[in-house]
Design a protein around this ligand. Structure first.
Ligand SMILES: *[C@@H]1O[C@H](CO)[C@@H](O)[C@H](O)[C@H]1NC(C)=O
Ligand SMILES: *[C@@H]1O[C@H](CO)[C@@H](O)[C@H](O)[C@H]1NC(C)=O
Ligand SMILES: *[C@@H]1O[C@H](CO)[C@@H](O)[C@H](O)[C@H]1NC(C)=O
Ligand SMILES: *[C@@H]1O[C@H](CO)[C@@H](O)[C@H](O)[C@H]1NC(C)=O
Length: 176
């Protein structure tokens, strides 16, 4: 889910110029009957990567569907991930979207076909994302460098119905 994704990105990207964060990989792992995403991390030019593709939501998402997240960190960037004790509270998907719009609308203004604010159930839709780099605002100084993996799941009655995984790389300008 795009919304969850960007919420994660923004939550780790507050304000400091010394961190550089790039998308590494984005993968939908389950729930292809719920939504179908061609969103991938692409090389944008010689130095930058961006997200590009389309998310096609195929079924309505109502207030019974919950969003949960898990974060993993690989300090050395070698794919040895440890569970990281930070979490967004589990939320209803509609509530989640509403909170997201309240906090972050400026970052998604140029996305086409986003669900309307307050829409619930969220209606099926197709969202095009064209070459979105990682939001340029950097992260707090205490944000650890390395690889970060976010797993975002949708659940219905505690059963997972879809999941995607996003990996981003964080490094500071000193290379540590
Ligand atoms: C998902 O999208 C791909 C590529 O656009 C398409 O080939 C595939 O049939 C779609 N799957 C479903 C379940 O709609
Ligand atoms: C690559 O794209 C980014 C984002 O638009 C831009 O800031 C950067 O200058 C570009 N780099 C090159 C080598 O074109
Ligand atoms: C980006 O996405 C658009 C629309 O889905 C597609 O036409 C284009 O080929 C993609 N660009 C890259 C570099 O994959
Ligand atoms: C909410 O959506 C789920 C999954 O599509 C469906 O099984 C359930 O009946 C819906 N609940 C309501 C109240 O519409």
């Amino acid at each position: 889910m795009l919304i969850v994704l960007f919420s994660f990105l923004l939550s780790v990207s507050i304000t400091l110029q010394v961190m550089q964060i790039d998308f590494e990989r984005l993968e939908q792992l389950a729930g292809f009957d719920i939504y179908n995403s061609s969103l991938r991390v692409r090389k944008y030019n010689r130095t930058a990567v961006a997200l590009n593709g389309t998310i096609h939501l195929m079924v309505p998402l109502n207030e019974s569907i919950m969003v949960t997240s898990d974060f993993f960190h690989s300090r050395l960037g070698n794919q040895q991930f440890n569970h990281y004790p930070v979490k967004f509270p589990t939320q209803q998907v509609c509530k989640f979207l509403e909170n997201f719009y309240t906090d972050y609308s400026e970052y998604v203004d140029d996305f086409e076909n986003l669900p309307a604010k307050g829409e619930c159930p969220i209606k099926p839709c197709k969202i095009d994302i064209l070459n979105k780099p990682f939001p340029a605002k950097a992260v707090p100084p205490f944000f650890p460098s390395g690889l970060w993996k976010a797993q975002i799941k949708l659940t219905l009655n505690d059963v997972e119905i879809s999941r995607f995984e996003l990996i981003t790389k964080a490094r500071n300008d000193l290379g540590i």
